[in-house]
Design a protein around this ligand. Structure first.
Ligand SMILES: [Zn+2]
Ligand SMILES: [Zn+2]
Ligand SMILES: [Zn+2]
Ligand SMILES: [Zn+2]
Length: 330
């Protein structure tokens, strides 16, 4: 890692201890002018490395598409019916099309952390972009959408250790022990997408794209009911087992419309069973409530995204049905 190498280098250079307190490069140059040319070069290089490492170290800002603003073009065919245009991929703004970001899990971990569920501590601490699933462009919103459990991460982060699989043992000073909640894994494989990050859209007949206005209206109503129930659901960090059941029940309402919602209640149960493993640690109730809140927020995004796409499909279906009825009457 350039940052660590730079620190080592700086320590090896005479006069360098003050480096730790330098802010601007001007001060560094002033000091460098007073020392030997070779040392000066080292000092400048070291500082440049520190600066670039700091710049690179910025945590990724995950910028998902706002569901309400997603558009998908339609065009009239020769007979006047609206047809979906071909999907023109939009560049992912989070990774700027590279499909990679700095690992968001490591960003919060101490430098010497040995393990990371997201990047496995690879040399660059790089992770697959959660927003575009590594593709570099947003997926076609009529075909794929971010997973309602992991929101594109592919795993559910352990809320006790925060992803590196270890926690400081009580009374153990600086010593670490294996995290009991994730058994050292840092999190759990996502039960809804099985690590795929993106999942299926609404499964309507014959498809979300071409469903009738009646089917779409019904599915939108179901989605609205789920969203209303989710808004009202606020885990209070009191009775987590009861609250988990409540949340699972809300998700289950979507099982006939959304394939991922068939898997979500069980996946939630699995996550929570792991989270209960941390009940010997302080603030465990808050941690349980927090895990539910994350699940809830990710499901809300999924549902809002789907609502938007069904609304766009409904507009098209209504126009086409109207035209078909007019043609019939002629
Ligand atoms: Zn990492
Ligand atoms: Zn991306
Ligand atoms: Zn853990
Ligand atoms: Zn997932």
């Amino acid at each position: 890692m350039p940052g660590r190498a730079a620190t080592k280098l700086a320590r090896a250079v005479p006069f360098a201890p003050s480096m730790h307190y330098l802010v601007g490069s001007e001060v560094a140059v002033n000091i460098a002018q007073r020392v030997l040319p070779v040392v000066r070069l080292l000092l400048v290089l070291a500082l440049a490395a520190v600066v670039s490492a700091q710049k690179k170290k910025e945590a990724p800002q995950f910028r998902y598409q706002m569901p309400e603003k997603i558009e998908r073009e339609v065009a009239k065919d020769a007979a006047g019916y609206l047809q979906w245009g071909e999907y023109k991929p939009i560049k992912c703004v989070t990774c700027e099309g590279t499909g990679k970001t700095l690992c968001a899990t490591c960003e919060r971990a101490p430098e010497d952390t040995p393990k990371c569920i997201e990047c496995q501590r690879n040399k660059e601490l790089e992770a697959v972009c959660r927003v575009c699933a590594g593709v570099g462009t947003f997926p076609d919103p009529l075909a794929k959408v971010s997973c309602p459990e992991c929101h594109g991460a592919g795993f559910f982060l352990c809320t006790l250790c925060g992803g590196d699989g270890r926690i400081k043992t009580q009374g153990g000073g600086d010593r670490y022990g294996t995290c009991p909640m994730c058994r050292g894994d840092g999190g759990y494989k996502c039960g809804v997408c099985a690590g795929e990050r993106l999942v299926e859209t609404a499964s309507l007949k014959p498809s979300l794209k071409d469903a009738s206005s009646a089917l779409l209206t019904k599915a939108i109503a179901t989605t609205d009911q789920m969203l209303t129930a989710l808004t009202a659901f606020e885990p209070a960090a009191k009775n987590s087992r009861k609250e988990t059941k409540e949340l699972a029940k809300i998700l289950e309402k979507g099982k006939d419309v959304f394939p991922p919602m068939k898997r979500a209640p069980k996946a939630l149960e699995e996550v929570m069973n792991k989270v209960y493993g941390g009940s010997a640690y302080v603030d465990y109730k808050e941690r349980e409530a927090n895990a539910m809140a994350v699940f809830k927020a990710n499901c809300e995004y999924y549902l809002k995204h789907q609502k938007r796409m069904m609304e766009l499909a409904l507009k098209r279906a209504e126009a086409n049905e109207k035209l078909a009825a007019e043609n019939k009457g002629k």
